[in-house]
Design a protein. Structure first.
Length: 582
C-alpha cells in the first residue's frame, strides 16, 4: 500500500485575466493547458478518455461533479468540482502514477486545484508529492531533489492572463530592467505585497551575464522572478539601492520576500554571490547552491490552499454543514419545528463541532507559525551557507592568487635575467628591423612572441629604415597594451582603444577589420594562422602611417590563457577590400 505521501513541491499563484478577457476564458484556458499536459503524459490515444474524465466537449459545455479512471499500470486520474455555476467555484484534478525508475516501490501524485475568486481572478494550487510503498524493505532511497514540475510551465502559458504572486508578475522567461528603471526595481524589492523571491543577475561589460538567465528562469518557473540588469546600471544602483543590497556587475543576488532595509541585519537574508566566487566555482555550482533552496521555500509557504479533489470534497462538506446549521437556526427562530430528541442531538453535535473548529483553528495557527519559523530558519541557513561559500571561495582564490603570485615572481625574475643578458650583450643599438624584433623578444619574452610568419614579414617589409618607428610600436604592445589586456579589469574593445591611444602618438589600435574586408573569406584567410596549437585570429592590429612607402601593420592575437600577445604579421599592409579595388 501507499499511504504516507511526502510533499516534493507546492506552489500557489493567481491567474489574473487581461482587461479584454474574462474569468471564464482564463478558467477554460487553464483547463486546456492541464488537458494538454495530461495528453503529453498519457499519449496520443488518451483524447477520448480525458474528454470523458473532464466532462467536456471541447471545453465549451462541462457538466459538473467528479469522476475517476484507473489505468492498467495503476495510473489514476480523478477530477472533482463544486458549485452549480459555470465555471465552478472549485475544481481539482489528481494525476497519480508509478515512478519511472522504481515502478513497484514509489508513486508520484500531482494535485491541481483551481478556485474562482470574486475579483474575476483564479487562485491555482499545485502540489507534487511522492510515496514509498509501506512494505518497502531495501537500501535507503535518496529523496528526489526539489524541481519545478512540468505542469507549472503549462499553466504559465496563457495569452489572455498574467500569473502573479502578490504584486510580483511571474513568467517562464527573465525580466529586463535597464537604465532609468532601477528606482522602480528597488520599489518592487521593498514591496510588502511581493510574495515570491526575486533573483537579480547583473551583467558584465559587453552584455554578458555570469549565468544562463533563460535556463535559470525556466528552473524557477512559478517559484521566483529572474531580473537581468545590464552592466550600465551599476552607477544607477548606487543612487537608489543601499550598498548592502546592491548587486554588482557579474554578480547574482537572491532577494527574499519581506525585504526591510530599515531592520538591522536584514541584508544578510538576501544571498549574494560575487563575481569572483561565480568565476571560481562556476555558474552551474552556484545555481545548485540556491535553486533547490528556493523551490523548498515555495513548498513551505501556503499551508492552507485548494489542491486536491479531497480538498474540494471537504469544501462541499463544510458548505453542507453550514446549510444544515442555517436550517436549525430557522427552528430556533420559530419558523420551523424539530422534536425534542432531534433538537438535543443537534445541540450536542453543534457543541462538538464548535470544539473541533476551535481546535482546528488553533492547530492551523500553530501550523502556520511553524511553517513561517521553518521558512525563516531555511532562509537563515541558506544565508549562513552563502557566507561560508564566500569564505571558502575566497580562501581558494587567495591560495590560487598566492600560487599565481609565486609564478609571477619567478616569471619576472626570468624576464629580468633575460633583459639583463640582452642589455649586457648589446654592443650597439639595433640598426635593422630584424634586430629590433630580436631585442624586443629578448626584453619582453613573456609578453610578446613572434611567429615564423611574423619574422618573415619583418624581413620583407618595405619600410626597412623605420627602425625607430617599429621599436616604439613594439614597446607600446609590451608596455601599454599588455597591461590593459592582462592587468586591468575587462573592458570592451572601444574603451581599450581609447585608453591605448592616450600615449600612442602616431600608432593606432583597432580590433577588427572593415565590414567589406570581413565579408571576404579569402581576405580573412590572410588574418588567420596557427602557432603552438593555437588558432590565431589576427584581425586586431596596430597601424603606423598610410604612406605605402613608410607604413607598418602589426597584426596580433590576444592569448588569454598564456597571458601574452602573439604577433603573426609585422610589416606591410595586408590585402583588404580597398586594396583589391585599386
Amino acid at each position: 500500500m501507499f499511504t504516507e505521501y511526502t510533499t516534493h513541491y507546492k506552489s500557489v499563484f493567481i491567474i489574473q485575466p487581461h482587461t479584454l478577457s474574462s474569468q471564464q476564458t482564463a478558467w477554460e484556458g487553464a483547463l486546456g493547458n492541464i488537458y494538454g499536459w495530461l495528453r503529453q503524459n498519457l499519449g496520443k490515444h488518451s483524447k477520448a478518455l480525458l474528454e470523458e474524465l473532464f466532462h467536456i466537449n471541447s471545453f465549451l459545455a462541462p457538466s459538473l461533479g467528479g469522476k475517476q479512471w484507473m489505468g492498467s499500470n495503476s495510473t489514476i486520474i480523478k477530477t472533482q468540482s463544486a458549485g452549480e455555476e459555470y465555471p465552478p467555484k472549485l475544481w481539482s484534478c489528481r494525476y497519480e502514477h508509478p515512478d519511472r525508475d522504481l515502478p513497484q516501490d514509489r508513486r508520484w501524485r500531482t494535485d491541481i486545484g483551481i478556485e474562482c475568486l470574486p475579483d474575476s481572478c483564479l487562485r491555482v494550487g499545485v502540489r507534487l508529492s511522492h510515496c514509498l510503498r509501506d512494505e518497502y524493505m531495501g537500501a535507503p532511497l535518496v529523496s528526489p531533489e526539489p524541481t519545478v514540475p512540468l505542469i507549472i510551465k503549462y499553466l504559465m502559458k496563457g495569452g489572455d492572463w498574467d500569473v502573479r504572486l502578490g504584486s510580483l508578475r511571474l513568467t517562464p522567461t527573465p525580466h529586463f530592467y535597464g537604465e532609468g528603471q532601477i528606482k522602480q526595481l528597488w520599489q518592487l524589492l521593498q514591496d510588502p505585497q511581493r510574495e515570491a523571491p526575486v533573483v537579480v543577475v547583473t551583467g558584465k561589460p559587453g552584455a554578458r551575464y555570469p549565468i544562463d538567465t533563460a535556463k535559470l528562469s525556466e528552473q524557477l518557473t512559478g517559484v521566483a522572478a529572474v531580473i537581468c540588469l545590464p552592466y550600465e546600471t551599476k552607477q544607477e544602483q548606487t543612487l537608489y539601492i543601499p550598498k548592502a543590497y546592491q548587486c554588482y556587475p557579474g554578480s547574482i543576488r537572491v532577494y527574499q520576500r519581506g525585504l526591510d532595509s530599515i531592520r538591522k541585519g536584514d541584508a544578510v537574508r538576501h544571498r549574494y554571490f560575487s563575481a569572483p566566487t561565480i568565476d571560481a566555482e562556476g555558474a552551474k555550482q552556484i545555481s545548485q547552491w540556491f535553486v533547490p533552496s528556493l523551490i523548498r521555500q515555495a513548498t513551505l509557504a501556503h499551508p492552507r490552499a485548494l489542491f486536491s479533489p479531497d480538498d474540494v470534497e471537504d469544501a462541499q462538506r463544510t458548505a453542507r454543514l453550514n446549510f444544515l446549521r442555517s436550517q436549525v437556526e430557522e427552528v430556533r427562530n420559530g419558523t420551523a419545528q424539530l422534536n425534542a430528541d432531534t433538537q438535543e442531538f443537534y445541540e450536542l453535535l453543534e457543541k462538538e463541532n464548535i470544539r473541533l473548529e476551535q481546535e482546528t483553528r488553533k492547530l492551523d495557527l500553530e501550523n502556520k507559525q511553524l511553517q513561517e519559523d521553518v521558512l525563516n530558519a531555511d532562509i537563515a541557513k541558506e544565508s549562513a551557507l552563502s557566507a561560508a561559500h564566500e569564505e571558502v571561495s575566497k580562501a581558494r582564490r587567495d591560495k590560487i592568487y598566492s600560487s599565481t603570485e609565486a609564478k609571477s615572481l619567478r616569471r619576472i625574475n626570468g624576464e629580468l635575467a633575460s633583459a639583463s643578458a640582452a642589455v649586457n650583450s648589446l654592443s650597439e643599438l639595433p640598426r635593422t628591423l630584424i634586430d629590433v624584433v630580436k631585442l624586443a623578444g629578448n626584453l619582453w619574452p613573456s609578453r610578446i612572441v613572434f611567429t615564423p610568419r611574423a619574422l618573415t614579414s619583418v624581413e620583407s617589409a618595405t619600410y626597412q629604415s623605420g627602425v625607430d618607428e617599429l621599436w616604439f610600436g613594439l614597446y607600446l604592445l609590451a608596455q601599454k597594451l599588455w597591461p590593459l589586456y592582462f592587468e586591468q579589469p575587462p573592458q570592451v574593445p572601444q574603451d581599450l582603444e581609447l585608453a591605448f591611444h592616450a600615449d600612442a602618438n602616431s600608432w593606432t589600435l583597432t580590433h577588427s577589420e572593415g565590414s567589406e574586408t570581413r565579408k571576404s573569406a579569402k581576405l580573412i584567410k590572410h588574418r588567420e594562422d596557427e602557432f603552438e596549437g593555437i588558432n590565431l585570429d589576427l584581425e586586431p592590429h596596430l597601424k603606423f602611417s598610410n604612406n605605402p612607402k613608410k607604413l607598418f601593420r602589426i597584426h596580433f592575437h590576444r592569448d588569454n590563457e598564456g597571458r601574452r600577445i602573439i604577433i603573426g604579421h609585422c610589416g606591410d599592409h595586408l590585402p583588404t577590400a580597398g586594396t583589391h579595388r585599386q
